[in-house]
Design a protein around this ligand. Structure first.
Ligand code: HEM
Length: 115
């Protein structure tokens, strides 16, 4: 869990300052504490950790939960760019970096709902 907390922390530190992504987040609190908490739980669960996300939020249904947000190629690339920075800052072993990077590339494209 500490790894996912640090990863999502680094990611949302950047999103909070991003003029393209920040306006998408309904959360008013500058640090986006709720978004951090949810994404940390989701990723930890996805990679074999506790199922607290499901217990608290129900089934992920990520595409449905992202439908209210206009996510085109620019938003997708901004999201992926920040996640890659956060991952590089933690610099886990190369096989882990490769696996997470491939997952985030696929998942970010899957959330795109605009051309
Ligand atoms: C591609 C660009 C993406 C954008 C612009 C985006 C934006 C957002 C926004 C605005 C929210 C609502 C904030 C909140 O309530 O937490 C959200 C929630 C969430 N996003 Fe994304 N997202 C993107 C990609 C992804 C990807 C690739 C994943 C998973 C790997 C992901 C996982 C989540 C999760 C788990 C939540 C919380 C859902 C909930 O429990 O309500 N997002 N996202």
């Amino acid at each position: 869990m500490p790894f996912f907390k640090a990863l999502v922390g680094g990611f949302y530190d950047r999103v909070a300052e991003d003029p393209v992504l920040r306006p998408l987040y309904p959360e008013t609190d500058a640090g986006l504490p709720l978004a951090r908490y949810r994404l940390t739980l989701f990723l930890a669960q996805y990679w074999g950790g506790p199922t607290t996300y499901d217990e608290e939020r129900g089934h992920p249904r990520l595409r449905m939960r992202h439908a209210p947000f206009a996510i085109g190629p620019m938003e997708r690339d901004a999201w992926l760019g920040h996640m890659r920075h956060a991952l590089a800052a933690l610099d886990p072993a190369p096989p882990i970096t490769a696996k997470l990077d491939a997952y985030f590339e696929m998942a970010a494209e899957a959330m795109r709902n605009r051309d």
